[in-house]
Ligand binder design. Structure first.
Ligand SMILES: Cc1ncc(COP(=O)(O)O)c(C=O)c1O
Length: 481
């Protein structure tokens, strides 16, 4: 008997590869399930399994645990930014004056908004939220015109605890305190576990607001080397905590700002073990956790923690309501200290917005809203990356976040994005220069671009113009004798 020239599973594999090649199945999207493809191709389930294994070997599909098969993303044309290997000695936080400039320009509608990481109003479902807020004011306005209990409104804490269960955090409403944004949560967490003069280990580059809080609390920092995809270098963190110099560590749970990195789960477990062993508490910032492009929300550290050594901070600012200033903190064993400090600083968080948000969460509107913004942000970052590939100077590197809505761009040295910032502002474009993300003036050749506005012709034009300016500066430098 002659062998068939092609096995059935190869034909099925070619059929699916064809769909991916023609763009019917887009990179990063879910592939038909094994059952769907076997029904549709009139073949057995085991043939479909063989076909999908072949496609995995060919790099056309990738499997995600507990989620199924996905079309692999096309390899990006630009490499990811470099992990910097700098000194890990404790140092004072030196802030760039450009930070205030950036914040000043963030609210200027005349500028192309690539600067601050704020979702645009169209994306925030503001009108729906307005309706809920107005109804809450009408029905419960008088009851809401008071101080909230120390931990905040029970209805909101209950909704937050319910959602947290979905990604592995077993919290009761009493484990949570409502705060004025994630910023207050971070400040309360630091206050609970440090004293002025202590040193805190942080990822680098990091969110400039955290640097402000650290400086205001007179804390020193160690900036850890951080990979643009896998996050903080565990070995470097191990060395630092073993030296006994750090009192606490602050890390993003996922999709860090500005790198967009997420530590693999094994690395997160290793970090938790290390920190528990050296009795260094971890403060985690999960403000971007809900903006995941993949099917699954990555587990935060607190969901993996077995040592009651994590303080969790989150907020609704990056997804729904930056103006409501509502965040939360799951304090672990530090609740009493956190509530004392909260009382002494802001006393309580406004009640009306808490109750309105609890209603919005309970009626399913938030989940619908999240599905929409995740798609929009993923699409915007993809389009921005294509423009960067085309318009920025040769040697440019760009991050590849799996969530969040910012890109970290590394220009070929000796680019200086402080100069580029001034030039861009003069041309009506705002972005965030790299130095504001460092406690010691690093990253002058880097910049962060926000995709929070979504994609439109103005953003595309502004980004191309910015690329042209960076390319011109690069060419001028190369012409110098
Ligand atoms: C990583 C990170 N944490 C915290 C915050 C501040 O959050 P909130 O507005 O809830 O205080 C931001 C805002 O940009 C951020 O990027």
């Amino acid at each position: 008997m002659s062998q068939p020239s092609r096995f059935r599973y190869e034909e099925v594999a070619d059929f699916v590869a064809g769909l991916a090649g023609r763009g019917t199945l887009q990179p990063g999207t879910r592939a038909p399930s094994l059952r769907e493809i076997s029904t549709q191709q009139r073949t057995s389930l085991s043939t479909a399994v063989q076909a999908y294994r072949l496609l995995e070997d060919r790099g056309i599909l990738e499997v995600r645990p507990q989620s199924g098969y996905y079309v692999a993303k096309a390899p990006p044309a630009l490499p990811v930014p470099t992990t910097t290997r700098h000194s890990v000695r404790p140092a004072k936080v030196e802030l760039s004056g450009l930070m205030l400039d950036l914040l000043e320009h963030a609210s200027n509608d005349a500028l192309v908004p690539l600067g601050c990481a704020i979702p645009n109003q169209r994306l925030l479902s503001s009108s729906k939220l307005d309706l809920v807020l107005a109804r809450t004011a009408r029905v419960k306005g008088a009851q809401c015109n008071t101080y909230s209990p120390p931990r905040g409104e029970m209805s909101l804490r209950l909704e937050i605890a319910r959602r947290a269960l979905r990604f592995g955090q077993a919290l009761s409403p009493d484990d949570i305190a409502i705060t004025c944004g994630c910023t207050e949560a971070l400040a309360l967490a630091l206050e609970a576990v440090t004293e002025p003069g202590d040193t805190v280990a942080i990822e680098s580059p990091t969110y400039f607001g955290l640097l402000q809080v650290l400086r205001a609390k007179k804390l020193k920092v160690v900036e850890l080397p951080t990979h643009a995809v896998t996050g903080v270098d565990v070995q470097a963190l191990g060395d630092v905590v073993a030296s006994g110099k750090v009192r606490a560590c602050v890390l993003a749970s996922s999709f860090s700002n500005p790198l967009g990195c997420t530590m693999p789960e094994d690395n997160k477990r290793a970090v938790l073990r290390l920190l528990a062993q050296h009795r260094v508490p971890l403060i985690e910032d999960d403000v971007y956790g809900d903006v995941h492009f993949g099917e699954e929300r990555p587990l935060p550290f607190s969901a993996l923690d077995k040592h009651d050594n994590v303080i969790y901070c989150g907020s609704f600012s990056k997804t729904l309501a930056p103006g409501y200033r509502i965040g939360w903190i799951a304090t672990g064993r530090h609740m009493a200290r956190v509530l004392e400090t909260k009382f002494a600083t802001s006393l309580a968080t406004p009640v009306l917005t808490q109750v309105a948000l609890a209603t919005f969460l309970s009626n399913g509107d938030y989940d619908r809203h999240l599905r929409r913004i995740r798609r929009e942000f993923a699409d915007t970052l993809g389009r921005m990356t294509r423009v960067i590939e085309q318009a920025f100077p040769p040697g440019t590197k760009v991050s590849r976040p799996e969530g969040n809505f910012v890109l970290w761009v590394e220009l070929p040295e000796p680019a200086d994005t402080r100069l580029l910032f001034a030039e861009a502002l003069a041309h009506g474009i705002c972005f965030a220069p790299g130095v504001v993300f460092s406690a010691s003036g690093k990253y002058a050749h880097c910049l962060r671009l926000s995709g929070g506005h979504g994609w439109d012709a103005r953003i595309e034009k502004g980004l191309r113009k910015l690329g042209a300016m960076a390319s011109k500066a690069f060419a001028a430098h190369n012409r110098r004798p």
